[in-house]
Design a protein around this ligand. Structure first.
Ligand SMILES: NC(=O)C1=CN([C@@H]2O[C@H](COP(=O)(O)OP(=O)(O)OC[C@H]3O[C@@H](n4cnc5c(N)ncnc54)[C@H](OP(=O)(O)O)[C@@H]3O)[C@@H](O)[C@H]2O)C=CC1
Ligand SMILES: O=C(CO)COP(=O)(O)O
Length: 341
């Protein structure tokens, strides 16, 4: 077993980018230790004013009370980032480029980056961390990902959860793991940064497929086969795009897949369920009020898939055809039924 590194990076202040449910839950976790300061950037000035006054997010996880000594809301993203040691990204992947558009490599210089985003940059078909490393010249060793099965809603209720901190630097991942460990959060450290990220992207697509199946009236027997086949699909993709030795049964991979495909809190599953029940994509998105990352991710993964002739991804293909080619879910699932084993 790898030993805990002796000297860990000091991170005292984190700039959190994004004002949704996961940002709110992560701020709650990071401030449980009583000494991590948060500079919280939200795009909406009214939300900033509300949080300053009432110490809670007006629209997401409204029951979470934020520590006024530690959490400072910001309207100006540059100011939020300036004094921070680390930048935590918590905006859905499709919007991260616009959220960071006023920042440059200079703003990221010397700062650690933590991505909590489980999606891909649609304009580039790349992982969020790859984009950050390239676009803002952040060294690979200063980048980490928060992975693992964990719904924001359960964090708000302080239900026991497990998070995996992935970074090629064990010192950095260990520092984050120690900062986030609290009464209801256990943490582990893992090296497979890109693998954890790809798996998190894929599990959202699979959760949409499970939701569609449920909406169409398929039962638990079918979902069990869909989920076990999806693990094979993820394995085949990872072998092509980022082949390293990994244990896909670990919580960062299989755990995250299971929670998203089975939980009542999953946005991706809920979105898929509406599609299976006959909603259009637009109607389902409007009713959701939160973002289902898998909708954007399936387009990127489909485009990556087309680059590998022998790569078999029937579940991704089915979800893509339903969401982007307007193929009827019931027809596509008749085809998918024959592809599963
Ligand atoms: N929720 C969860 O349990 C978990 C979520 N994640 C991941 O965290 C990421 C964030 O998701 P989550 O917090 O759930 O999303 P939500 O749907 O709860 O919130 C989305 C947030 O993004 C903001 N936003 C939308 N567009 C922009 C933009 N152009 N610029 C800046 N901000 C914008 C929204 O602002 P506004 O409110 O003003 O519209 C809102 O604050 C996703 O990648 C998700 O997969 C990972 C693990 C768990
Ligand atoms: O990643 C998550 C839980 O680990 C959240 O998934 P959803 O976005 O589908 O709710």
């Amino acid at each position: 077993m790898e030993q805990t590194p002796k000297y860990l990076p000091s991170i005292h202040t984190i700039a959190v980018i994004g004002g949704g449910s996961w940002a709110t839950a992560l701020i709650k976790i990071f401030t449980e230790n009583g000494n991590t300061r948060i500079n919280w950037w939200l795009r909406n000035a009214d939300d900033v004013a509300y949080i300053k006054r009432y110490r809670s997010n007006p629209r997401y996880l409204t029951s979470v009370k934020l520590n006024p000594e530690l959490v400072r809301p910001f309207e100006d993203i540059k100011a939020a980032v300036k004094e921070a040691d680390a930048i935590l990204l918590a905006v859905p992947a499709a919007f991260i480029t616009s959220a960071l558009s006023t920042l440059s490599a200079e703003d990221f210089e010397g700062k650690y980056v933590i991505s909590s985003i489980k999606g891909m940059i649609p304009t580039h078909n790349t992982l969020v961390t790859e984009y950050i490393e390239e676009h803002f010249q952040v060294p690979h060793k200063m980048v980490a990902v928060i992975g693992g099965p964990c719904h924001a809603e359960e964090v708000a209720m302080e239900k026991q959860a497990y998070l995996s901190l992935a970074s090629s630097s064990s010192r950095y991942a260990t520092a984050l793991a120690e900062m986030m460990h609290c009464r209801y959060i256990n943490t582990t450290v893992i090296k497979d940064l890109y693998g954890v990220e790809y798996c998190a992207v894929m599990k959202n697509i699979i959760a949409i497929a499970c939701g569609i199946a449920h909406g169409l009236g398929y039962g638990d027997n079918y979902q069990a086969v869909l989920v076990s086949n999806s693990m094979q699909e993820i394995k085949r993709l990872l072998k092509e795009v980022y082949k390293v030795k990994r244990d896909l049964t670990a919580s960062a991979y299989l755990g995250d897949l299971l929670v998203t495909t089975y939980s009542q809190f999953s946005r991706n599953r809920t979105f898929g369920n509406m599609i299976g029940r006959g909603y259009t994509v637009k109607a389902a998105q409007m009713e959701m009020e939160m973002v289902a990352e898998g909708y954007y991710a399936v387009k990127s993964i489909h485009q990556i898939h087309t680059q590998y002739e022998d790569l078999n991804m029937p579940i991704t293909t089915a979800v893509y055809n339903i969401l982007y080619n307007k193929v009827s879910p019931s027809e596509e699932f008749l085809w998918l039924k024959e592809q599963l084993q």
